[in-house]
Design a protein around this ligand. Structure first.
Ligand code: MRU
Length: 353
């Protein structure tokens, strides 16, 4: 069954304008709505590391545009030798964050293009490829929105989401929030609950902002409240995005996703992961092999730059966790839905065109 998804799609956080990359600064949303402008690949890598832009597909798209800027700069300085010189920029972009495989997927796609280019100015060809990566991501999100919304039975149900897997985290429309947008437009979802998502508060700052912009009802809760919410029967589905999905269907996503999946299974709530195939890493047999980013303990010990933890306490700050495939009811990609994922089902889905 097909559900039309043309509404609730007003937000873009990554733009290519006037030969420059523009990134909506997600560190200061929703208090300030400011685009920062980039024409240096070094600064783009730093922006990814510093979370000006975040979310797996958005990081990949940003890195692709970073390669366009690198191509321009290296051709100007090195001429025909730009092919060799650009490798340093690509390596720097790849080192910006470790978990989201979309980053490496996008850079490898740009590298494949580069391998086929001659010694002339590469900018137009690089830009066409980066734009294609960006546009394909938006199209994939709309497709996943339809597929995921079709899984939600009943009318105006409640759903819980964790972190921000929305327009802000992608080329546009979102993965988990794409399904939520589509299902809300179709009358299947009536209420969105959003975990605040410590320590960066992507739920409180970004998901809540996106939902309010799109006039989709959203209620915020502290991360620890989600099991209680499920016990009260307020949600039918937990819907999240992913940073990397292993070949067996294990899913890395924002820290706290695993706890939500355990709670969901305990309470008979269904668990849906929405991610494009650029998030699937078939080279890793299981989620145990996914590199998990550890960020500064200060992010946990502080809130809004203000230390809140007792002096002397130490912090532990893994940015992601891995939810085993056995706790997942559906993985939704643009190539189709995998119910109760197994290695065989994941391989079959990836083989589809
Ligand atoms: O640290 P972040 O904000 O980059 O983490 C983002 C997430 O965990 C998202 O859920 C994931 O990247 C999917 S975004 C469509």
């Amino acid at each position: 069954m097909s559900i039309m998804t043309t509404t609730h799609d007003t937000i873009r956080a990554v733009l290519w304008q006037d030969g420059r990359l523009q990134l909506l600064d997600q560190r200061i949303l929703p208090q300030q709505y400011v685009f920062l402008s980039y024409d240096e690949p070094v600064a783009v890598a730093q922006a990814i590391r510093d979370m000006v832009v975040r979310g797996a597909p958005a990081i990949g798209i940003t890195a692709a545009y970073g390669v366009v800027l690198a191509g321009r700069q290296r051709f100007r300085s090195a001429g025909a030798a730009w092919h060799d010189a650009i490798k340093e920029d690509i390596a720097r972009l790849a080192a910006s964050r470790p978990t989201a495989v979309n980053l490496f997927w996008a850079l490898e796609r740009m590298e494949r293009l580069i391998a086929g280019l001659g010694e002339g100015d590469p900018e137009a060809a690089l830009l066409a490829e980066a734009r294609a990566i960006h546009e394909e991501d938006i199209a994939a999100n709309h497709r996943m929105g339809e597929l995921g919304a079709a899984l939600i039975e009943g009318s105006r149900v409640g759903v819980l989401t964790h972190c921000n897997a929305g327009a802000l985290a992608t080329g546009g429309y979102g993965t988990a929030l794409g399904v939520i947008r589509s299902a809300y437009a179709a009358g299947r979802i009536g209420q969105v609950y959003a975990d605040e998502t410590r320590p960066w508060l992507q739920g409180a700052r970004l998901t809540a902002w996106e939902m309010v912009q799109e006039r989709i009802p959203v209620t915020l809760l502290s991360d620890g409240a989600s099991a209680h919410l499920m016990k009260q029967g307020k949600v039918a589905w937990v819907i999240v995005g992913s940073d990397r999905i292993a070949a067996n269907g294990d899913v890395a996503n924002k820290i706290g996703t695993y706890a939500a999946a355990i709670s969901a299974r305990h309470h008979g709530v269904k668990f849906m992961v929405v991610a494009p195939t650029s998030t699937v890493d078939m080279s890793l047999a299981s989620g145990d092999l996914i590199p998990i980013e550890n960020r500064s303990p200060d992010e946990v010990l502080s809130l809004a730059g203000q230390r809140v933890a007792a002096p002397g306490a130490e912090g532990w700050n893994p940015a992601f966790d891995v939810t085993p495939a056995g706790l997942i009811d559906a993985i939704v990609t643009e190539r189709g839905v995998v119910l109760n994922p197994t290695p065989e089902k994941m391989a079959a889905m990836m083989k589809k065109g």
